[in-house]
Design a protein around this ligand. Sequence first.
Ligand SMILES: Nc1nc2c(ncn2[C@@H]2O[C@H](COP(=O)(O)OP(=O)(O)OP(=O)(O)O)[C@@H](O)[C@H]2O)c(=O)[nH]1
Ligand SMILES: [Mg+2]
Length: 177
Amino acid sequence: MCLCLGPPKSGKTFLLKRLHGDSIDVATPTVPTNGMNLFTIKNSDGHFDMIVRELGGSMAPIWKHYFDRVGKIIYVIDASNLCQISAAGVLLYSLLVEPRLQNVKIALVLNKMDLSYRQMRNEALLMLHFTRLQKEIPQKIRIIETSGMTGEGVEELREWMFDPDTLKAATIAAANK
Ligand SMILES: Nc1nc2c(ncn2[C@@H]2O[C@H](COP(=O)(O)OP(=O)(O)OP(=O)(O)O)[C@@H](O)[C@H]2O)c(=O)[nH]1
Ligand SMILES: [Mg+2]
C-alpha cells in the first residue's frame, strides 16, 4: 500500500487527481479531505495499477492507524509556504521514528512549485535539516519537485512510484504482515 500524507492544503488531492489523469479545473478549489481518498494510479504505459490512500492533513493525529502494510509514502509539502515547513517537518519526523515505517521508501514532494522560486527548494531542505536527517534515518528519501497546477514533476513521481526497488519494499511490507 502507498500512503499519501502531508499537512492540510499541501496539495495531495490535487496532485493525486493529476496522477490519476483526471481533468483538472484549476479555477475550482478542492475540498479538504476529512477522512481518506483512494486513487488508482497507472504506470506510464498503463499496464500496472497502484492504489494510493490519501489521508487528510487534518487527520494527522490518527494517521498511525493506517501504517500497517505500508511500503511507500508520498509526503507532500507546500514548498511555496515556508511558514508551514517546520510544522510539516515535525509531522515527517513522527513518521520516520515509527517502528512500522522503518523500511518504507519515501518521496518528499516539494509541491506548488508554480508558486515557488527555485531557491525555495534549498531553503525548504535547510529548514527540514534534510542533509543531517538523511544520514541519521534508515529510510531512503527521494526529493521530487512538483506542481499539481502545471503538471511539473508528476511523471517523475509516477516513475518513482513504479520503480522496481520501491515496489520490492512494498511487497516485503505486505508479506511481513
Ligand atoms: N498554485 C497551486 N495551487 C495548488 C497546487 N496544488 C493544490 N493547490 C491548491 O491548494 C489547495 C489545497 O489543495 P488540496 O489538494 O485540497 O490539498 P490537500 O493536501 O489534499 O488538503 P487536505 O486534504 O485538507 O489535507 C486547493 O485550493 C488547490 O487548488 C499547486 O501545485 N499549485
Ligand atoms: Mg486532500
